[in-house]
Design a protein around this ligand. Structure first.
Ligand code: FAD
Ligand code: DHB
Length: 381
């Protein structure tokens, strides 16, 4: 197996295959240090937690991760708690993607080629595909049986599929998320998702001493437009007054602006190439599904590949795309819905009234809250 991309999907897939005795190599264009420093996701569904344990990288995660049993939704001066544990029977874990990446890289040492240039895939519609890459000025060639495209939204694997053989579904949202990471205690023990006339805000965390906050911002904004002071002021303005009063501010460790998009490709396979994670689908971050979906793909893909290598049956390989997409579309729907409910899209007064009506309904209806809890904590396999 050749795996392109050493983000969480690529390294996790290699680890699960390696543990089952399947020979694989991962090619990553960036350095290990660069990949481990990218601040991204922070919230794991329990199925993701279990998969990481199965991969043998659960020990530090279970020691340092924070188990959460609920989330808060703030709107119109009110706060509604979704009791995930009671309504869905499941909990979630706060543990940063940077930490998962580090834990995976530690066990994958020797299987990942960091800094591989000009990675190209060849012969994906033949039984003997190849991957070529540049290292120290020389072209290297890998002969393999299958290729896993785990190279993210901007990767080369999906782009190598001939036109017309896959269908892409895409929506780009008219705003971004400005994120700030700071070594200050979180404003609240549980995450708070905020709908405010000034725009969406999210209070998250990485530990009891490290906070991660996001505010919706115009797509054209640059990080330089947002000195720390301005971010803290904007965040405080969007939080309920009682919460804002507790906000502890401090210097940022990291700041970034992320665009929001819903994107799915069908099918997630072409010949001997399997796509997994962000290479096959991207969700807006609201609802924290991106990393969890990547892990879910890897779970299914590792299962069918291991079965193929142990029993020689190609039948299950043919099921990969359909099985993965069944979960992908449900998470894509939930992320789109939560994004639509919580963000300011325009000055349209009717749209705002409809959001408030839906949030009020959510706060009053056990059934509606249960639907959120089930989707947020992760649908069962
Ligand atoms: P990636 O993490 O994108 O990894 C792909 C890897 O492939 C990269 O290391 C890349 O360098 C490498 N690569 C690309 N092209 C090539 C090439 N040509 N040759 C070799 N290597 C290549 N998800 C959540 O669940 N919750 C969140 O809070 C959240 N926040 C996010 C914030 C940001 C700013 C971003 C960008 C994403 C966020 N996500 C979040 C999404 C989540 O981080 C992704 O879903 C997850 O990283 C997907 O993992 P992946 O391994 O599929 O792709
Ligand atoms: C985080 C990001 C999210 O998109 C989310 O829904 C929850 C948490 C985070 O980065 O901590």
């Amino acid at each position: 197996m050749a795996i392109v991309g050493a983000g969480p999907s690529g390294v996790l897939l290699s680890q699960l295959l390696h543990r089952a005795g399947v020979d694989c190599i991962v090619l990553e264009r960036h350095t290990r240090d660069y990949v481990e420093r990218r601040i991204r996701a922070g919230l794991l569904e329990w199925t993701t937690v279990e998969l990481l344990q199965q991969a043998g990288v659960g020990e530090r995660m279970m020691r340092e991760g924070l188990v959460h049993e609920g989330i808060l939704m703030a709107f119109d001066g009110r706060v509604h708690r979704i009791d995930l544990a009671r309504l869905s029977g499941r909990r979630v874990l706060v543990y940063g993607q940077t930490e998962i990446q580090h834990d995976l890289d530690e066990v994958a040492t020797g299987r990942v080629v960091w800094g591989a240039g000009e990675v190209r895939i060849h012969g994906i519609d033949t039984p003997r595909p190849q991957v070529t890459y540049e290292r120290d000025g020389a072209t290297q060639t890998i002969d393999c049986e299958f290729i896993a495209g785990c190279d993210g939204y901007h990767g080369i694997c999906r782009a190598s599929i001939p036109a017309g053989r896959i269908t892409e579904y895409e929506r780009v949202y008219p705003f971004g998320w400005l994120g700030i990471l700071a070594d200050v205690p979180p404003v609240n023990e549980e995450l708070i998702y905020v709908n405010h006339p000034r725009g969406f805000a999210l209070c998250s965390m990485r530990s009891r001493t490290r906070s991660r906050y996001y505010v919706q911002c115009p797509l054209e904004d640059r990080v330089e437009d947002w000195p720390d002071e301005r971010i803290w002021e904007e965040l405080a303005a969007r939080l309920p007054a009682t919460v804002a009063a507790r906000l502890v501010t401090g210097p940022s460790i990291e700041k970034s602006i992320a665009p929001l998009r819903s994107f799915v490709v069908e099918p997630m396979r072409f010949g001997r190439l399997f796509l997994a994670g962000d290479a096959a689908h991207t969700v807006p971050p609201t609802g924290a599904k991106g990393l969890n979906l990547a892990a879910a793909d890897v779970r299914v893909l590792s299962e069918v590949l291991i079965e193929y290598y142990h029993e020689g049956s190609e039948r299950r390989l043919d099921e990969y795309s359909q099985r993965a997409l069944a979960r992908v579309w449900k998470a894509t729907r939930f992320s789109w819905w939560l994004t639509t409910l919580m963000h300011r899209f325009s000055d349209d007064a009717l749209a705002r009234k409809l959001q408030l009506a839906e949030l009020e309904y959510l706060a009053q209806s056990e059934a509606a809250s249960k639907a959120v809890a089930e989707n947020y904590s992760g649908l069962p396999f």
